[in-house]
Design a protein around this ligand. Sequence first.
Ligand code: PGA
Length: 264
Amino acid sequence: MTTGADRRPFIAGNWKMNLDHLQAIALVQKLAWTLKDAAYDPKGVEVAVFPPFTDLRSVQTLIDADRFDLAFGAQDLSPKDSGAYTGDISGAFLKALDCSYVLVGHSERRQGHGETDEVVNAKVLAAVRHGLVPVICVGETEAELEQHGTSAVPVAQTKAALAGVAAGTPVVVAYEPVWAIGTGKVATPETAQEVGAAIRAAIAEALTEEDAAATRILYGGSVKSGNIAGFLRQPDVDGALVGGASLDPTEFAGIARFPKHVGV
Ligand code: PGA
């Protein structure tokens, strides 16, 4: 039986639409050196970056050539595998670039690109088909919070995203309250724990208890090196999805070194 202690904490940097491929190379180099100087132990924490599509080949080549202990993934993928879908990117292409992960259903995609739960589910299934681990983003707006309470929307989004996913499929779920993204407003660690526990129960329903115990659940929304420790002390928060602070390698490395703050 998997326990919380078996879940390797995951610190993921979502660069959004920032940094071209040259800037990406500079950031990844600085991040790797900063982590090395800080005696980062990749066995204790997994660190991943999610650059724009156009950076992925450069990031792949650099990480591979210099053997950096960093994982990487894309910020989105097409629900389709190939064909007449102008502008879309297949999961097959991401896999060919050695991406391990792909973000799916980020609130900026749900809100800015009209991605429904059905679209998010189709993208999760596409990721799984291509051997990518989907990082499924869920979270409520301020209005939904007032209307439905704390866990209802993230739980419903998690269940919808996992429809048709086979038991035993590795996934990551990131709880990101929309009102906390890029605003400097953070959820309290207690709220993140409450929602994390509810998401874990939803995974047990959609998949199995074993899957629920094995799945890493992240908190995202204005995470910084100064507030990461409170979240990671929670039993149902296994890492963070970091936006703005992931663009500063020193700050992001400070977040990735959270075991030092948490004392684990
Ligand atoms: P933020 O973004 O850390 O800038 O709030 C988080 C995210 O959107 O993943």
